[in-house]
Design a protein around this ligand. Structure first.
Ligand SMILES: Nc1ncnc2c1ncn2[C@@H]1O[C@H](COP(=O)(O)OP(=O)(O)OP(=O)(O)O)[C@@H](O)[C@H]1O
Ligand SMILES: [Mg+2]
Length: 156
């Protein structure tokens, strides 16, 4: 099950993030794929907003910190694997965070071992300066859950 959408602006991508954010609960896993600057962190900003993360938390790619933790309605672990190789990624013990909160991973291509059966993959592709193709793929319970979202409808 695959859902393809077009984002025409940074704001659109934030709105897509918000819509998904409303469905999330602790234990949920989201894997993000796409080139530098394709919109992964922008999407996470929307997620964080709908999960009531305080505006004081600065949502940014955790390229140096590896993991940013945001407190909102739930705890969010925002992970960036860009600088790591597969072995280093396995040492992070990422699955442990899934007991505590929501886990969102940028550069998930570095992940070689699945962390759980139910998860969402989101692919970001450049179309032009302000346009991105965003593809959502659900696994396990998310195959059905993603269908319930109307990605083309304005969120309020
Ligand atoms: N439709 C769009 N969706 C998302 N971002 C957009 C869009 N159009 C333009 N942009 C711009 O593209 C950039 C996306 O940056 P962002 O940090 O979200 O990328 P990223 O995928 O997290 O990159 P990195 O791999 O470096 O962490 C921002 O500067 C944003 O303003
Ligand atoms: Mg980023």
């Amino acid at each position: 099950m695959k859902i393809e959408t077009i984002s025409n602006s940074e704001e659109d991508t934030i709105n897509f993030g918000k819509k998904l954010g409303f469905l999330l609960k602790p234990g949920d896993l989201i894997l993000l794929y796409g080139d530098l600057g394709s919109g992964k962190t922008t999407f996470v900003k929307g997620l964080a907003e709908s999960l009531e993360v305080n505006q004081d938390f600065y949502i940014t790619s955790p390229s140096f910190s590896l993991i940013n933790v945001y407190e909102g309605k739930y705890t969010i672990y925002h992970v960036d694997l860009y600088r790591l190789d597969t072995l280093e990624v396995e040492d992070l013990g990422l699955w442990e965070y899934l007991n505590e909160g929501i886990v969102i991973i940028e550069w998930a291509d570095r992940l070689k071992t699945p962390l759980k059966d139910d998860y969402i993959e989101i692919f970001f592709e450049f179309l032009d300066y302000s346009k991105r193709k965003i593809t959502f793929v659900g696994y396990g319970e998310w195959q059905e859950l993603l269908k319930g979202l109307d990605w083309d409808e304005e969120s309020h």
